[in-house]
Design a protein around this ligand. Structure first.
Ligand SMILES: Nc1ncnc2c1ncn2[C@@H]1O[C@H](COP(=O)(O)OP(=O)(O)OP(=O)(O)O)[C@@H](O)[C@H]1O
Ligand SMILES: [Mg+2]
Length: 529
């Protein structure tokens, strides 16, 4: 593509009515095609981190990662100066995308071209654009010059994206909108780009601005606490306190004084007047977490607060007025609790004026990889690893798993697998690739066809007749054939290759890809012993 052709393409996209995520995605795709390179990424600067917002040629979990500028000298150098920054192919500076190229055959990027450019929007540094090419010499003087000439078009695309995001937010939320509380793409806090989460975040933004009580519903670990904090942050009460009360942790004997406070002399030990948690939330938000566990005796008092905005400290003569908004959360069915007499129906109706169900992780499609990316990056940094990634099979396993513990479980699975990798001697300076078995997922929570990727040989054979997709069916039978051949020839790989009519080196490669064989020299693959 000539320079004027790519210019025209970027310009055409600029005037087209495209969804925000698609616009930047098309931008990186066009740039990758023009420069004929391995990967292109746009990263947004957020405090001390750079967050990828559109990538082409990199594994999809990169969109869930954040790169600390202080740990990434290449990104820091690009960010620092206006114009194009290039890195010589033998630069020793670590590469942020090491091991993250989508082209799985390439384990590492030891020798490659890299260039990038800082992006400014409205006079401020907004982020960076990076380009990586595996072929040395791809980014010659002409390519660098062309990138410099494309700077305006790239910045215009980013600026339009930002404006569109703001306009959409204004339409949805009226004057309460601020650029700081944009889509997940913009905030980076609640991760998720799928339809379920995007819709939920829009709804949250609208309801945040109202004074209605909100009831957050969802299984354990779906992020109810995270959403409650976001609701508060986006509300007009953001400058006032958010008081978090964990109702499950309140012993009945102390609950009343804890929530409503007490007057001096109310009970032995009450040596002075003391305000409760509800008063501490004055002007702000009271977050009643695990509200289903609230003792019945307290429920009646709370109802009065919700109805009249009044509280009465334990032992006090008169009630007084409070101004709090209530957000409640539960992973139990309040309706069932009402039916069983464990929860007051009138309080339930007060709390559930605006119920918001939060979808479980298994209904969020590819967002599971996005979240995995964030947790991989956190663990990589925490453990001081050069690169931490998932194998293709591990990605498949995460996508298929039912996630009874939702995002919290995913967080634990990745942290545990990373730790296991290190404790089994993974080389911190190599690319550590996590295989399905090190994830240690509960096979009972796998759909039948996807289970073999977690199982041993015998179990695999037992379930191999129920694959979920053609791709899995092929992989399962390849695994089985290789294992059988190896067993027959007592782990003699050359003999097994002959029997399978494969070239020995191809057999090694295939076995590695299928998670049967241990690490290659290029990177550590971690498997259960
Ligand atoms: N969309 C998300 N993006 C990033 N992190 C998330 C997301 N959803 C949940 N988490 C993380 O998952 C963990 C569990 O979330 P949280 O504690 O809010 O769940 P919960 O719904 O309150 O669960 P429980 O009912 O067990 O209290 C937290 O560490 C949270 O930060
Ligand atoms: Mg919680």
């Amino acid at each position: 593509m000539t320079l004027s052709a790519i210019h025209l393409r970027l310009l055409t996209d600029l005037v087209a009515d495209l969804p925000v995520a698609v616009r930047l995605q098309r931008l990186v795709g066009s740039l990758r095609a023009h420069f004929a390179c391995g990967a292109v990424a746009v990263l947004k600067l957020e405090a001390e981190h750079l967050r990828p917002v559109a990538v082409d040629g990199l594994v999809s979990d990169v969109l869930g990662r954040r790169f600390a500028v202080k740990d990434q000298p290449r990104l820091a150098a690009i960010l620092q100066r206006r114009g194009v920054t290039c890195f010589h192919h033998d630069s020793v500076l670590p590469d942020p995308y090491d091991g993250l190229l989508a082209e799985r055959g390439r384990e590492s990027m030891p020798v490659h071209d890299c260039m990038g450019m800082a992006l400014d929007v409205e006079g401020e540094r907004w982020g960076v654009l990076t380009l990586d090419a595996l072929e040395v010499g791809t980014f010659d003087a002409r390519a660098r010059d062309e990138l410099a000439q494309l700077a305006c078009a790239v910045e215009a695309a980013v600026r339009v994206t930002r404006l569109e995001t703001e306009i959409r937010g204004l339409r949805l939320a009226g004057s309460a909108w601020s650029a700081e509380t944009a889509t997940p793409l913009e905030t980076g806090e609640i991760l998720g780009q799928g339809e379920a989460i995007t819709r939920l975040l829009h709804e949250l933004q609208v309801v945040a601005d109202s004074e209605l009580p909100v009831l957050l519903l969802g299984e354990t670990g779906v992020g109810k606490e995270l959403f409650a904090h976001r609701l508060h942050r986006q509300s007009r009460r953001a400058g006032k306190p958010l008081v978090h009360v964990n109702c499950a942790a309140l012993p009945e004997s102390l609950a009343e004084s804890e929530l409503f406070g007490h007057a001096r002399g109310a009970f032995s030990g009450a040596v002075s007047d003391r305000p409760g948690r509800i008063e501490a939330a004055e002007g702000g938000t009271l977050f009643l977490d695990e509200v289903g566990e609230l003792p019945l005796s307290i429920q009646a008092k709370l109802l009065r607060t919700l109805q009249n905005g009044e509280i009465q400290r334990l032992g006090a003569d008169r009630p007084h007025h409070v101004n709090v908004r209530v957000i409640a959360a539960t992973n139990r069915s309040l309706r069932d609790l009402v039916r069983d007499g464990a929860f007051r129906a009138d309080l339930y109706h007060r709390l559930s004026v605006y119920p918001i169900p939060i979808p479980p992780l298994r209904e969020r499609g590819n967002d599971v990889l996005l979240l995995a990316g964030r947790f991989l990056e956190l663990n990589r940094a925490r453990l001081g690893l050069r690169s931490l990634r998932l194998s293709v099979d591990a990605e498949d396993a995460l996508r298929h798993y039912r996630w009874p513990g939702n995002v919290r479980e995913l967080e634990h699975v990745i942290s545990r697998a990373a730790l296991k990798a290190v404790s089994r001697g993974a080389d911190r300076k190599a690319i550590v690739t996590l295989e399905p078995d090190v994830l240690d997922l509960d096979a009972a929570q796998m759909p039948a066809g996807a289970a073999p990727m977690l199982l041993g040989q015998e179990e695999c054979a037992a379930t191999a007749s129920r694959p979920a997709s053609m791709h899995e069916a092929v992989q399962n039978s390849q695994r089985q054939a290789i294992r059988q051949a190896l067993a027959l020839h007592r782990d003699n790989w050359a003999a097994a290759a002959r029997q399978l009519e494969l070239d020995a080196s191809n057999l090694h490669k295939l076995a590695r890809r299928l998670g049967i064989k241990a690490p290659s020299a290029a990177g550590s693959r971690v498997r259960a012993a």
